[in-house]
Write a protein that binds this ligand. Structure first.
Ligand code: URA
Length: 204
């Protein structure tokens, strides 16, 4: 798939195709189970992570926390080896991003979030058994509300917040499991696992 809606991101991908010809260098598709009860929404692919491997959070630092946590809580089987061919299988969970193309400096613009929002909307609609959407960070949180047509001001982002949305879905917020957040102690493994504990209570 190619997409040229965001000229800045399309140009960055072209630049990276020259610099890193072996990389995926394209919009990174969702990864997971179409029977998902849980949808996890991240920010955007990392340059040498998901943009290299073509699988969300794969080879990104954030994946080193996310995938083992999914295995621990029974949302995935196999082993995570930071490689799209590691055989890891997600069970009843789908992972996607608010923006599917790698952005320069890991920063997306409001316009890029809007441009990519239709794909998020379609991803949500394509999951008939969806119960919970987990927002990893504020960008994901806002993108989810935009995709569902709800006002941001009615649902403030806060780590651990759980919202029952008018359409019956549950929105749960977590700080993003980025290297920055874990290195600075904004998010600890325990805090992240506590969110998955809450998710468990809402799905079983
Ligand atoms: N961080 C994200 O938010 N998403 C990815 O796919 C990789 C890193």
């Amino acid at each position: 798939m190619t997409c040229t809606k965001c000229s800045r991101l399309a140009a960055f991908i072209e630049e990276n195709k020259k610099k890193y010809p072996s990389f995926f260098n394209a919009p990174v598709p969702s990864f997971g189970d179409n029977d998902a009860q849980l949808l996890i929404v991240g920010l955007a692919p990392g340059l040498k992570g998901a943009n290299q491997t073509g699988r969300p959070f794969t080879k990104d630092y954030a994946g080193d926390l996310l995938y083992p946590t999914l295995i621990k809580f029974g949302w995935a089987t196999g082993q995570y080896k930071a490689d799209p061919n590691d055989g890891l299988q997600l069970k009843k969970v789908m992972i996607t991003n608010a923006v599917r193309c790698v952005p320069p400096q890991n920063k997306v613009t409001p316009e890029e979030i809007r441009n990519c929002n239709l794909l998020l909307q379609e991803q949500i609609k394509a999951l008939p058994h969806l119960k919970i959407i987990m927002a990893l960070g504020t960008v994901a949180h806002s993108a989810i509300l935009m995709a569902l047509g709800y006002r941001k001001s009615a649902y403030k982002f806060a780590h651990g917040s759980v919202y029952t949305l008018p359409n019956g879905l549950t929105l749960i917020d977590s700080y993003h499991c980025s290297r920055y957040n874990t290195n600075t102690g904004v998010l600890t493994q325990k805090m992240f696992e506590n969110i998955f504990q809450k998710i468990k209570e809402h799905t079983h």
